[in-house]
Design a protein around this ligand. Sequence first.
Ligand code: ADP
Ligand code: MG
Length: 353
Amino acid sequence: MLKRYIYQILLITCCLCLVSCDSEPGIGRQRNTERSQAKEREFFAMDTYMTFTAYGQEADTALQAAEEEIHKLEGEWSVTDENSEIYKINHSQGAPVTLSQDTAKILDFALEMARQTDGALDPTIYPIMTAWGFTTDQNRIPSSEEIESLLENVGYEQAVLNGNQIQLPAGMELDLGAVGKGYAGDLAAEILKDRGITSALLDIGGNIQAVGSRPDGSDWRLGIRNPFGEGQVGVLFVSDRAVVTSGNYERYFAGDDGQIYGHIIDPSTGYPADTGLASVTIIAEEGKVGDALPTAMFVKGPQEAEEYWRAHQDFDMLMITEDGEIRLTEGIQDSFTLSGSFANMEVQVIRSQ
Ligand code: ADP
Ligand code: MG
């Protein structure tokens, strides 16, 4: 009896192993060859760790040029560096400031996204971020009076961009925290492509920018993080896309009142967004769109995010609600698979109608 039981367990174990090995034929060997051809660059910039991986003859020099571009942009966009353009705008006391082309372009984009999302994304939210201590990691809960008075200095409509000149009222501050890394990824990817790279993966502090596909032509396999703990909820297969996730699990603190306060702020209230979402992943052609939308959709919440997607449909989206539901748009239905303890979870597909 016991023998038969052990035999059965052994048989089941073998079958399971076969299933998991067979689902990726030869992938181990392929990966090893890929890895030996891969060139990698790891560095710290824009307040985050970046890992750029590229394949091909010119990979080394192309990656170096891409990293240099990131450092250049960081110099232009840093909120704290006195020589940056953003610093100049924030200390202009309302006087017009002339911008470089890159900065004018990203600010134009950020303000346009603010309009499109009805201010769910607001690049002038910085004073509120500071009040909550998210910019210094010395978190505190501001009083409602403090928030109310700070909100007078928040509002993207008050930033006037004309060509490459911007005028921002005194007391207001701009910051590209929610969109800068995405646009930096676009420009880095452009540099790699210009140098003939057709296969690269840029990890910009968790924002993923995939250039082309893997060297063997197959899709990149990207894990979607479990917002409730360790591991991942599933794997997404993509080529030539930016994949960016926002969630409060990335940066938050527990207040003296026992509540959890996350770093994505609802600009209409000045308080951390609390819309029942644990995370939002956006899959878009451009990194800047991929970066801007998860933050905005997190603020909007599942219902309004769905409506926004229906009205635009030029991106895909995967939302995980705090109740543990997964909702994804129809375009990625076949490119996402659940994994591990999430394997049996129900996935709802959002359709265009
Ligand atoms: P990360 O900085 O980890 O990439 P996100 O892309 O989600 O995270 O961006 C969140 C950052 O954007 C915050 O740290 C803050 O600087 C800024 N931010 C928070 N809420 C908003 C908002 N509603 N609009 C614009 N920027 C925001
Ligand atoms: Mg973002």
